[in-house]
Design a protein around this ligand. Structure first.
Ligand SMILES: *[C@@H]1O[C@H](CO)[C@@H](O)[C@H](O)[C@H]1NC(C)=O
Ligand SMILES: *[C@@H]1O[C@H](CO)[C@@H](O)[C@H](O)[C@H]1NC(C)=O
Ligand SMILES: *[C@@H]1O[C@H](CO)[C@@H](O)[C@H](O)[C@H]1NC(C)=O
Ligand SMILES: *[C@@H]1O[C@H](CO)[C@@H](O)[C@H](O)[C@H]1NC(C)=O
Ligand SMILES: *[C@@H]1O[C@H](CO)[C@@H](O)[C@H](O)[C@H]1NC(C)=O
Ligand SMILES: *[C@@H]1O[C@H](CO)[C@@H](O)[C@H](O)[C@H]1NC(C)=O
Ligand SMILES: *[C@@H]1O[C@H](CO)[C@@H](O)[C@H](O)[C@H]1NC(C)=O
Ligand SMILES: *[C@@H]1O[C@H](CO)[C@@H](O)[C@H](O)[C@H]1NC(C)=O
Ligand SMILES: *[C@@H]1O[C@H](CO)[C@@H](O)[C@H](O)[C@H]1NC(C)=O
Ligand SMILES: *[C@@H]1O[C@H](CO)[C@@H](O)[C@H](O)[C@H]1NC(C)=O
Ligand SMILES: *[C@@H]1O[C@H](CO)[C@@H](O)[C@H](O)[C@H]1NC(C)=O
Ligand SMILES: *[C@@H]1O[C@H](CO)[C@@H](O)[C@H](O)[C@H]1NC(C)=O
Length: 399
């Protein structure tokens, strides 16, 4: 047991070093903060998902065509479906290589070995969003804050990001249905003892942005598998979502993404300005945090951008507590003002509407940190926000 775990850890390190030397995708090679015992591993997952089938699309389209599709999608959704999507979904079976990292508080500080937070990152990041290591410090690391409080975490790079596989079909393969099926499979493996040799019998799903969309969908489709959900950077009002100015990753970051590995429809934010617009609220973050994000920014496929919101659904059977943490100045999910509800609304903020997806929840709560943009974990407020999040976590896991 001791040797096999150490061995896996060792393999993880070797894999990282090798990948880094090819300067491949610009992920952060760090496995975890100093107060957590982290093990990184590649999981080969056999997945069947019921996927949207696209037509009249091209994985290697030029930026003119990519933008044309976005324009139609954002303004004329019915036309978009007619022109670019087949009427019914089709099952797709395929194997995926996914990199996941389990972190357990160091030196026996774990409160309960069978409890875990299941962390799913959003668009533009890989799983290092949860261990956001500006200048290689632990200050912005949620993993570190969680470990200090005695809680274990499992995070993974979603398909097409970080050390996980990046398939070349960016519409029919790398899309939301596949992502949800992968998220379901890994959750099942946590419960079954197939990750870290430990059965986790209490799991809190924690997401950021598109990761929250997936956690929300899990609470609707497999409600019995999650004890609580914490949705960061999320609401049901995605007014600002399509303003992204996303462009071909191999053109924006030619040193990090090469054309043989990433077709043109793997996209990143075009420039620092567009990244700022979507993810940041100036001046409440450091230049170092912004630079770190830009250096490690990860791509998203156009297929994911078009299918992500289709996952959101009524979690009619979910009875656990739900906590939404969305920054006051979140752009994609609040359009820079989370209090901008219609005058007639019975709610005080946009994130409060999320309770309409949870008719059976035992407790619904919202936290709106001030002076913070969409990339919550990267702003100055992160350490304080983490304490609030961990209070919720502690209430769920019990003393
Ligand atoms: C981009 O692709 C479209 C569709 O294939 C084509 O009509 C157009 O001429 C191309 N534009 C450029 C600049 O290559
Ligand atoms: C959208 O679809 C409608 C109905 O099919 C059609 O009349 C209209 O011209 C389309 N609009 C565009 C911009 O393609
Ligand atoms: C896939 O989705 C379609 C709807 O688009 C549905 O009719 C079909 O039953 C689903 N198939 C499976 C295997 O779930
Ligand atoms: C997945 O990989 C396993 C082992 O290599 C193989 O037996 C199986 O056929 C693969 N499944 C699919 C759907 O390709
Ligand atoms: C780290 O985890 C391994 C494997 O579970 C364990 O043997 C080791 O004692 C842990 N180290 C520390 C410092 O907690
Ligand atoms: C850990 O939590 C489980 C419930 O999830 C409980 O049954 C068990 O007693 C706890 N273990 C310890 C050591 O507190
Ligand atoms: C991070 O490193 C940069 C460059 O090495 C330095 O200018 C900056 O002050 C550091 N920031 C923090 C928060 O340590
Ligand atoms: C895409 O990847 C598949 C394997 O996943 C391979 O069979 C196919 O040749 C690739 N297509 C292109 C255009 O590279
Ligand atoms: C929700 O509960 C109802 C009634 O028990 C059941 O029929 C349905 O399958 C459940 N849905 C899910 C997604 O578990
Ligand atoms: C480009 O990516 C491919 C596929 O991931 C890899 O095999 C190749 O070595 C990379 N080439 C360069 C120059 O980095
Ligand atoms: C959705 O967000 C927009 C932009 O902030 C706002 O004007 C509108 O009132 C919001 N709608 C609801 C139902 O919250
Ligand atoms: C979710 O389902 C409940 C119970 O069926 C219903 O009252 C509620 O209006 C639904 N919410 C949405 C947003 O559809």
């Amino acid at each position: 047991m001791y040797f096999s775990s150490r061995f896996l850890c060792f393999l993880g390190l070797v894999y990282v070093a090798l990948a880094q030397s090819t300067n491949q995708a610009g992920y952060n090679p760090r496995i975890g903060p100093s107060n957590a015992n982290c093990t990184r591993q590649n999981y080969q997952l056999e997945i069947t998902s019921n996927n949207t089938v696209f037509q009249n699309v091209d994985n290697n389209a030029n930026t003119t065509y990519i933008t044309k599709l976005l324009q139609t999608f954002a303004s004329l959704p019915m036309n978009f479906s007619q022109e670019y999507e087949q009427p019914t979904k089709q099952p797709l079976s395929r194997n995926y290589s996914i990199s996941g990292t389990l972190c357990i508080p160091m030196n026996g500080q774990v409160k309960n070995t069978s409890h875990v937070q299941y962390l799913i990152h959003g668009i533009g990041f890989d799983s290092s969003y949860w261990d956001f290591a500006v200048n290689d410090t632990d200050e912005y690391s949620y993993i570190s804050a969680a470990a200090a409080a005695g809680y274990s975490t499992f995070r993974y790079d979603t398909l097409g990001t970080g050390l996980s596989e990046h398939p070349n079909d960016t519409y029919n393969v790398v899309q939301a249905s596949t992502d949800l099926a992968i998220a379901t499979k890994l959750l099942n493996m946590l419960k079954e003892g197939e990750i870290g040799g430990q059965q986790f019998n209490k799991v809190i799903g924690v997401g950021h942005s598109y990761g929250s969309v997936q956690v929300q969908a899990l609470s609707a489709t497999v409600p019995h598998m999650l004890d609580a959900v914490l949705l960061q950077g999320f609401s049901m009002n995605a007014t600002g979502l399509t303003s992204g100015a996303y462009s071909t990753a191999t053109e924006v970051f030619p040193d990090r993404f090469n054309k043989s590995g990433f077709p043109s429809t793997y996209l990143t934010t075009l420039a620092r300005q567009t990244q700022q617009l979507n993810f940041w609220f100036f001046p409440y973050y450091s230049d170092a945090a912004f630079d770190h994000n830009r250096k490690t920014e990860q791509p998203v496929t156009q297929g994911v951008l078009f299918t992500q919101m289709g996952l959101m659904q009524n979690a009619t059977n979910f009875t656990g507590p739900v906590h939404v943490v969305t920054a006051a100045n979140d752009w994609p999910f609040c359009f820079n003002d989370c209090y901008a509800v219609p005058e007639s609304s019975t709610y005080n903020s946009i994130p409060e509407y999320v309770q309409e997806l949870y008719p059976m929840t035992s407790n619904f709560s919202v936290y709106i940190p001030d002076n913070t943009g969409h990339a919550v974990n990267a702003h100055y407020s992160a350490p304080y926000v983490y304490q609030e999040m961990l209070e919720f976590v502690s209430n769920v896991f019990g003393a």
